[in-house]
Write a protein that binds this ligand. Sequence first.
Ligand SMILES: Cc1cc2nc3c(=O)[nH]c(=O)nc-3n(C[C@H](O)[C@H](O)[C@H](O)COP(=O)(O)OP(=O)(O)OC[C@H]3O[C@@H](n4cnc5c(N)ncnc54)[C@H](O)[C@@H]3O)c2cc1C
Length: 541
Amino acid sequence: MEEVSTPVLVVGGGLVGLSAAVFLTWQGQRPLLIERHPGTSPHPRARGVNVRAMELYRQVGLEGLIRDTESGRALAGNSGIVRMESLAGRQAPGFSRDYLESGAEDVSPTGWTLCEQDELEPLLRERAEESGADLRFGHELVGHSQDADGVTATVRRRDTGEQYTVRAGYMVVADGAGSPVRERLGITRDGHGVLAHYLNIHFRADLTELLGERRFVMAYVRNAEVTAGLLPVNNTDRWLLHVPLSPEEYAHRDGWGEERCEAAVRAAVGDAGLPVKILGAQPWEAAGLVAAAFRRGRVFLAGDSAHVMPPTGAFGSGTGIQDAHNLAWKLAMVLRGEAGAELLGTYESERVPVARATVRQAVLRSLDRPGRDEPVPEGAILPDHVVALEYRYPVGGAVPEDVLAAEGGGGRPGTRAPHLWLERDGERISTLDLYDGRRTVLVAGPRGQRWYEAAARLLPPVTAHRIGAHGLADPSGRWAGAHGVPSDGAVLVRPDGFVLARFTGEDAPGTAPAEALSALPGLRAAAAPAAESTTGSRRPE
Ligand SMILES: Cc1cc2nc3c(=O)[nH]c(=O)nc-3n(C[C@H](O)[C@H](O)[C@H](O)COP(=O)(O)OP(=O)(O)OC[C@H]3O[C@@H](n4cnc5c(N)ncnc54)[C@H](O)[C@@H]3O)c2cc1C
């Protein structure tokens, strides 16, 4: 049997697998991705790309391309959830909740973006391929085993039935909610189980006139014939209708042929004679479940294979995209020999608590929607941007009490470093643009020259910046305060933009950064003697 070797095998070419391939190529790796379907998904499913996912895509230069897709452009001005009898009928007061208010305008350089999955996946595919990933559609994983040095996978070409072997250093499993790999590994899931069943109807009908000037994200429709969610794909002729089904209806969903789907669409629109073309109909289960483990040796679960949640809040794919990013920089560091394999253990210790907290938030939102209106404890639902951005990772092994904290990170270790607008060579950049995903970064305050110099001697190498030097300016003068350090202090930030440590004028530049780096398992960091700094480490930029 033919044998192919790769540093990382990614199983599944949905949003999470494709994102993993993009993030790995960004790290200079050339992963192999296999996807059982012949192409990317033709059906729009996930559409809300949350603010953290957008930050991660911004890091790899995809933010503008995502906003520039057909749905990205068409839906850029859409907001809010409305309630109506039908699109042509009476509109009730909108569905409003404090937690829906974005609030992310000042906390991120980017924002929540609507981009349909059938446009986002091809974009990710193209980027991964042009960056050197080997993407094989129509190839499926049929089995795998692992030993101390790697994973051996058996892959089948679905067109010819031919099988071949892939020998990989690591395997990232993004094979979706039903995850055959998770099942084979015997990893169980727990949580809230199935919450509801739906049929997701994708249709073409020109609703431009009926829609008028309205620009909503979603409309809850309720009348004598249908109860459903109506969602614009392009505000004109492409739409989605989410029809809730009872468990019995779901079991007999074959009864939903084209005619029945058309009738549901016409009832939701409120026009019995509307010309409609059904483009697809996908059944799905809304559930809140988290896998008991995200890792078995060299095999890592990411995305829906690790956690599923109801779409309320649009956190599903974003959480998986965060998984993929978290794994990519760690795998790359280990593969480059900059960190020991212990670093990979932090994938599970960081991502499992975040997945649990996020699933809980999505479930609470699903109980608080029209038609459910189940009691939710006051204040239990946190604002969307808090769920998407303010999650915390353990520091020194201690899991934070509140994985999601409404008050924001404020530069504390374990939190995402705050966003502020700076200027570099006269151009506006975000503090987040200083973290390129590949290296740890030390940012010194305006009077923190000694931290900046100490960074040059660190191994593995870090990138260093000093506010107020080398063209980097802080026009608002808020950098130090926002990070909770004095102007002669510094912050050490991981490649993913999470704060590793903060230093004040009282800490020792000769030892403190290396000690802080060493707090990351697997990183045997050192401060090289000053004389060796020009050859042994990267000089500050
Ligand atoms: C109706 C709906 C609306 C949603 N809206 C949003 C939203 O607005 N925002 C949001 O963030 N999330 C949303 N979600 C959630 C989001 O769709 C998922 O979280 C996300 O798509 C999961 O991506 P994934 O790559 O992990 O899994 P999937 O998209 O399921 O991809 C898994 C892939 O693995 C492949 N595969 C499986 N087995 C094998 C094998 N053996 N070999 C090779 N390939 C294999 C499958 O063919 C599939 O393509 C929504 C979900 C639904 C159902």
